[in-house]
Design a protein around this ligand. Structure first.
Ligand code: T1G
Length: 721
């Protein structure tokens, strides 16, 4: 007899048939465990317990996934703490008098995985994934997850999964002991059949709360090693270390319940932290950037992209090759071109090396790699471009060269082809002006190395059509890039804001710092690398060459700029002129011992250049505090961000923040520059400090306060009164 009863308002359907109760979570798209879901599961369990015909329970998710975790949108509201809490549900599942089987498909993450680990058996479909991604949103698995995982898998693996936040596929989850069985299809019916077969088995040994932690023999060494590794990697984020502390409670606390209590305390500490709020903001910001909208109202909702199948990439240097790899990785056929055979051969070699390194790391098979490489056709002229859907130009950053390329493309490509430039600074409208179809021209600014970096800044010009924009955004997503749409100006959003940051780093050297002082302060803030380390890694010669061609380098240019009322530090040019191009030459702002060396050591030669410069220009060197370094490097770029917003170059804070998190290493737990300014420092303070620096450094345009910032700071101050 079927006893089906939906509790739709509770977002969990309950049905009972042939002794098996099915509780199916129904909260699309990801079945997040919001209050109504929790209530629904609890009520379902109550009914299953009370129904004498029910012998076992299957818990699953409807639609595309098993619950992917707590509802993050509830965190800032009273609903997060409204009963029943997830911990109570987990306790109820664990101690349930009838067997509970979790039928896992899709992504069982966070609270979803905690439900699974509280059930007595876990059956997963082949394509399922599980994980604890909480650390990415600044918290920990706070509904018994840190106490349960080390009881089903080895302590070391539990630490790895919780601290990294990585998802594992069904097969790895099986090897780790997290799931008991993998099925090819129809996981819910297989779980129901299984449930029927085990109704008579004793439940005691299946309750995770009463299992011992696995691998405790070397616990102290394991924890110490994990702590050291995490301190090195977490760049000041507090969640990863706190996760370790919570897992430690599973070993150190006398009972499971006491461990859960400790986990709750640590969860509360993290939940209250500014870092967690920043990371949760970043989670939604990341998802908001694909919902692009232009100031004229045209948006992703109203525009359909063209499906790109074939592309041409012009330039087989580091950038062009990285772009080609990204394209073939999503199945797009590519014509790769260079100006001569030698460069083309070299480009193809690099491309093959990148693809086959995936084979060495067991990411893809040899035949998959060969298939990918076969998608690339190296060519020396534009003859084959007449049918491609898109061309992405990645030649030297020089307007005249780019114009030449675009004129040629305009002549050979089909009228519907999109012509994209991978420029990092140049004016898209000027590039488009040499074509007969400026509506098809768009900027696609990849970050180096293009096949690895997740960010893609897409730039629309005056004439760029909405279809062209939609296609660039769609192609970006297909290449698994986080694509952000921005307007056209020098440097767009990312590099425009980078300008003041780099300039201030240089001025700080003139006034008293050495590269290591500036870099240390930036690393302490949470950047993986400081400004000078980054420059050494990227190589300073390309930027120098571009500036030199434009006549914008050296002390004479610095004097010229000062005459124009604009300060410029020529120290970067002087370092390049001393043959110090960065890591690749073994010397840059730091000494690396040998070309290609990694370990950066301070270098007296650099310090001499800096000190002599200060002396020669009568700049009195002084001790500069880390606080001043941070304010001058970061508040100047924040001011520029507000100007980009004010001018409509950036559409929203989230776009800027995501560009900085994914393109420039802004620490995620600091939210992004706009979030940081608004929520972690406060606009009145940021504005006051910008005014302060403006009063001292009148000849640095970037300190002129943004009007938007001023307005918002004043209204924030007024609302506090
Ligand atoms: N809460 C609320 N909304 C969520 C959500 C969540 N947990 N996960 C996704 N969404 C929204 C998302 O904003 C988007 O909305 C839509 O769902 C589709 O997501 C107690 C405390 C599951 C792998 O951190 O990793 O459990 O933009 O575009 O690429 O210890 O979403 O369409 O309006 O990302 O297919 C832990 C986070 C929570 C999982 C699917 N769980 N989610 O990826 O789609 S904390 C997570 C994801 C917790 C416990 C603790 C991914 C996904 P919109 P999407 P997708």
């Amino acid at each position: 007899m079927c006893n089906c009863m939906s509790l739709h308002n509770e977002m969990a359907n309950y049905s009972a048939e042939k002794q098996i109760a099915l509780i199916s979570v129904t909260n699309p798209p990801v079945n997040a465990l919001s209050h109504h879901v929790r209530q629904g599961i609890m009520n379902g369990l109550k009914r299953a317990k009370e129904d004498p015909n029910v012998q076992a329970v299957v818990l699953c998710g409807s639609g595309r996934t098993f619950p992917a975790g707590a509802d993050i949108t509830e965190f800032a509201s009273h609903l997060a703490t409204k009963k029943p809490h997830l911990v109570e549900i987990c306790t109820e599942l664990d101690s349930f008098p009838k067997p509970v089987v979790a039928a896992i498909h899709g992504t069982a993450l966070g609270g979803g995985l905690e439900l699974c680990l509280s059930a007595h058996y876990r059956i997963a479909s082949k394509s399922a994934k599980v994980g604890f991604p909480e650390v990415n949103i600044g918290i920990l698995p706070g509904a018994t997850g840190t106490q349960r995982l080390p009881r089903v898998t080895h302590l070391k693996s539990a630490i790895d999964l919780i601290v990294s936040g990585r998802q594992v596929n069904a097969s790895e989850a099986y090897d780790l002991g997290i799931v008991d069985q993998i099925v090819d299809s129809d996981v819910v019916s297989k779980a129901s059949e299984f449930a029927k077969s085990i109704v008579m088995r004793p439940l005691g040994p299946r309750r995770v709360s009463s299992m011992p932690v696995k691998g405790i023999e070397h616990a102290s060494t394991i924890f110490e090693e994990a702590r050291q590794k995490t301190i090195r990697r977490s760049r000041g984020a507090i969640a990863p270390l706190t996760c370790i502390q919570a897992i430690q409670a599973s070993v150190e606390q006398p009972t499971f319940e006491k461990g859960v209590q400790k986990e709750s305390e640590l969860m509360y500490y993290l939940m209250q932290s500014g870092q967690a709020r920043a990371q949760q903001y970043a989670f939604f910001a990341e998802r908001s950037v694909s919902k692009w909208q232009r100031p004229n109202g045209v948006s992703y909702k109203t525009t359909k992209p063209v499906r790109v199948k074939t592309a041409a990439v012009i330039g087989a240097g580091t950038m062009g090759v990285g772009i080609a790899v990204s394209l073939i990785s999503c199945g797009v056929k590519v014509f790769l071109t260079e100006q001569n055979q030698e460069y083309l051969n070299r480009g193809m070699e690099i491309l093959k090396n990148i693809i086959f390194s995936g084979v060495k790391r067991n990411r893809i098979s040899k035949s998959q790699a060969e298939k990918l490489v076969s998608l690339v056709t190296p060519v020396l002229d534009y003859g084959s471009f007449s049918h491609v859907d898109i061309v992405i130009e990645a030649v030297f950053e020089n307007m005249d060269i780019k114009k030449k390329v675009f004129r040629k493309l305009d002549a050979v490509c089909k009228p519907s082809a999109i012509l994209a430039s991978n420029t990092s600074t140049l004016n898209i409208d000027e590039i488009a002006s040499v074509t007969s179809q400026p509506d098809k021209v768009v900027g696609m600014h990849f970050f180096s190395p293009a096949h690895i970096m997740k960010l893609l800044e897409n730039i629309y010009g005056k004439a760029t059509s909405s279809e062209t924009i939609a296609t660039a955004m769609d192609l970006g997503q297909r290449m698994k890039k986080i694509s952000v749409l921005v307007g056209n100006c020098h440097g767009f959003v990312g590099n425009r804001m980078m300008g003041p940051y780099t300039a201030e780093a240089g001025f700080l050297l003139e006034e008293g710092c050495f590269p290591q002082d500036v870099d240390q302060a930036l690393r302490d803030f949470g950047f993986a690398m400081g400004a000078f380390q980054t420059s050494d890694l990227a190589g300073a010669d390309i930027g120098y060459k571009i500036r030199k061609e434009l006549g914008l380098v050296g002390p004479r240019w610095a004097d010229e700029r000062l005459r124009m009322g604009q300060r410029y530090s020529p120290l970067g040019d002087m370092i390049v002129e001393a043959g110090r191009l960065g890591q690749k030459t073994g010397k840059g702002w730091y000494n690396y011992g040998k070309p290609g060396g990694r370990a950066n050591m301070r270098d007296v030669e650099v310090e001499e250049i800096i000190v002599n410069f200060s002396k020669k220009h009568d700049i009195k060197r002084r001790r500069i505090s880390p606080q001043e370094i941070i304010e001058r490097c970061l508040y100047s770029l924040i001011n520029e961000g507000f100007k980009a917003l004010e001018e409509g170059i950036a559409a929203k804070d989230e776009d800027i923040d995501i560009i900085w998190i994914y393109g420039y290493g802004w620490p995620r737990h600091m939210g992004g520059p706009m979030y940081y300014a608004k929520n972690m420092v406060g606009l009145p303070k940021v504005y006051e400090r910008i005014c302060h620096y403006h009063s001292i450094y009148k000849n640095s345009k970037h300190w002129i306060p943004s009007t938007l910032l001023k307005q918002m700071a004043l209204s924030q101050s007024a609302s506090k009164l």
